[in-house]
Design a protein around this ligand. Structure first.
Ligand code: SAH
Length: 411
């Protein structure tokens, strides 16, 4: 029988008896836990010696003696000699010190586990009869796979002492384009603050009923919740001890005002972190077979918010045949963008592509040229959300044959 305990070794002394590779492996684990590590062995394997040096562990270059046990909370023995291992196990037993024996001989009072840490949850696997480390590792890995799909109930049921905010990029839309970290953070969250462009509706549908979802519904021309209010909401919930996920479409730091939200958290002394994701600036053109860079065609790309004033750098990018210009939030401003570009001398036959609702079943790609862009956009009824790509990579037939491109159903 085995009782697994969540033992904290931080600042506590761990004695490793033996200087071989097993010791090296364990040394790293104990050091990671913050333990104060002491090694007793006549000689060290070079790898063990390196770790001892790197991690500031102490090494007593001698054979094990009973008095070495003094001060140790935990002993790990792997000398390669069954007799010595058993002697250490026996002594620990008498002195009531927890002991792990890696040798084939007598088992100590404790066993190592195959462990994984996810957020503030630790999962550990071991066997109750006869060690079987490979099975333990396999079980641990299977649990890890479940975590990756966001399907384990990882959310705290008891409020944490301190809350936090995660600014999480949800990617361009489909759940399988979200990162493993994004899925985990969503599964752990008490509060999710999201926009209409907040991706992966199916992920949101799987949430516990008591997870609070706040829709701050950003959409073009319609900002029901001002940015200062969003900042206030995330800070307030985190200060009350909740785990807050601020879920955004694409990447939080690409026209997502993630920087301002991070500043607000830092100013309020709230722990904050950012989880990146594929940005629509790259992922939406890509969904239409448009690479933002392509050898011999475009060697740089320039990403711009179409709502802003036309900067010199954007005009230069559009005029440069080696640069791709990617315009986000550019549907309403298209006529102005085009007329500024033409007035600046950008060629009227410069290719342009509109990619609407990228990575969704409604995705539509329209190819045009700068000169015809406004008329073509009007004719098709160009709608948000759309990414506008200007440059030779937008040319029909570059990668995909001209004509409608049908995404594979599994995407
Ligand atoms: N942080 C986001 C961008 C936010 S700005 C990111 O990194 O992707 C919102 C703009 O992104 C929209 O106006 C549109 O230009 C673009 N966009 C986002 N999702 C899109 C999609 N699925 N299809 C086309 N454009 C999209």
């Amino acid at each position: 029988m085995t009782l697994m305990l969540g033992v904290s070794l931080a600042g506590r002394e761990v004695l490793l008896v033996g200087g071989g590779l097993v010791t090296a492996r364990r040394l790293r684990r104990f050091v990671d836990e913050g333990a104060v590590v002491r090694v007793v062995a006549p000689q060290l394997h070079p790898e063990t010696a390196r770790l001892v040096r790197e991690h500031g562990a102490t090494w007593h270059p001698c054979r094990f003696r009973a008095r070495d046990l003094a001060g140790a909370w935990l002993v790990h023995v792997a000398t390669g000699d069954a007799g010595t291992d058993s002697r250490v196990v026996g002594l620990c037993e008498r002195r009531r010190v927890i002991c792990i024996s890696a040798g084939n001989g007598e088992h100590g009072s404790a066993r190592m586990t195959a462990q994984l840490d996810t957020g503030d949850v630790t999962v550990a696997v071991t066997s109750t009869h006869g060690a079987d480390p490979r099975r333990s590792a396999a079980v641990r890995d299977a649990i890890d796979d479940l975590i990756a799909t966001g399907s384990l109930p990882l959310r705290r049921r008891r409020p944490a002492r301190t809350g936090r905010v995660d600014l999480v990029g949800g990617g361009p839309g489909p759940a399988d384009l979200m990162t493993v970290r994004a899925r985990r953070l969503i599964a752990e969250a008490d509060v999710i603050v999201t926009d209409r462009l907040g991706p992966a509706a199916e992920v949101m549908r799987g949430l516990d009923a008591d997870v609070q979802v706040i829709d701050v519904g950003k959409r073009p021309g319609h900002h029901p919740v001002p940015q200062e209010e969003i900042n206030r909401i995330i800070v307030e919930h985190a200060t009350a001890g909740r785990r807050v996920v601020r879920l955004k479409g694409g990447d939080p730091f690409v026209f997502g005002r993630g920087g301002e939200e991070m500043q607000a958290c830092l100013e309020a002394g709230v722990a904050v972190d950012v989880t990146p994701a594929p940005s629509s600036a790259i992922a939406v053109p890509q969904a239409a077979g448009i690479p933002v860079t392509h050898r011999g065609v475009a060697s740089a790309f320039h990403v711009v918010n179409g709502q802003g004033a036309m900067e010199v750098s954007t005009l230069a990018a559009m005029a440069d045949p080696t640069v791709t210009t990617v315009v986000l939030m550019g549907v309403a401003a298209l006529p102005r963008i085009v007329s500024d570009a033409l007035r600046h001398g950008v060629a009227a036959d410069r290719p342009i592509a509109f990619v609407e609702s990228g990575h969704t079943p409604q995705q539509r790609t329209t190819r045009s040229t700068l000169g015809r862009a406004v008329a073509d956009a009007q004719q098709i009824g160009l709608r948000n959300p759309a990414v506008i790509v200007i440059g030779d990579v937008a040319r029909a037939g570059l990668l995909l044959p001209d004509g409608p491109f049908v995404r594979a159903a599994s995407a």
